[in-house]
Design a protein around this ligand. Sequence first.
Ligand SMILES: Nc1ncnc2c1ncn2[C@@H]1O[C@H](COP(=O)(O)OP(=O)(O)OP(=O)(O)O)[C@@H](O)[C@H]1O
Ligand SMILES: [Mg+2]
Length: 257
Amino acid sequence: MTAKIEARGIFKVFETPSEPVQALRAVDLSAQPGEFVALVGESGCGKTTLLRILAGLVLPTQGEVWIDGTPLRGPSQHIGMVFQRPVLLPWRTAAENVLLPAQVRGLPLAEASLDARSLLESMGLGDFLDRFPRHLSGGMQQRVAIARALLLQPSILLMDEPFGALDAITREQMHLDLLNVWSARRPTLLFVTHDIAEAVFLADRVVLLSPRPGTVRQVFQVPLRRPRLPDHRFSGEFAAACRDVKHAMQGNGRGQG
Ligand SMILES: Nc1ncnc2c1ncn2[C@@H]1O[C@H](COP(=O)(O)OP(=O)(O)OP(=O)(O)O)[C@@H](O)[C@H]1O
Ligand SMILES: [Mg+2]
């Protein structure tokens, strides 16, 4: 099977006024169609840089990214992105924010409006379509950003610490809602987080990056069944999986691949 995303030998060096910063070194990463992959690593290890390279927003210094076996040459409507902050336009309602990518691309709006509405409903915001961002909580705003990223039905969704600013209870609900919309639409999902428990709860595989320059230190297959349920967080399997990643991050892991 052709990988959905294949990154080979990715290096990234940023030129700065003082000295060059090597952010990534020889990163190899792949994801299969519909797979949920979490990317974890310490602050500054290059997670955002890698995601931006995979989104076609930043060129690697060396190395190549293939999407469906074709070299990536720039941003693509098949790739949706969600950032740590929701970056909504304050003068547009929730539904109008979700519709924005269709308007930018000049697509027929009648159909896109229906899609925007149904995405917001599936994210639990059916009663908030006409609210402005300032009237929505942080979690609701991030739901709008996720709906917006999904509007053009991307086959790849890249998420950069999307729940980092949310409280623990909201975050746990967001996990369930994200898993629902992912299993309904099944994009290939790359999810960056600092939070090992979040990575294990959500993902099929957890990819651990080493500190700068970032490179893949270890890959973990998550043994939990789907659908993931809140009680999985209390299971021995869950604790063991989190412990393995944590140990590897601290440098004393026993390799799995
Ligand atoms: N545009 C840039 N110019 C110069 N250096 C940069 C640039 N972007 C990132 N870097 C550097 O590259 C390294 C990796 O940064 P990156 O933002 O990818 O890390 P990260 O893993 O996402 O960190 P965090 O978890 O804090 O978000 C850092 O040392 C950072 O200072
Ligand atoms: Mg980052």
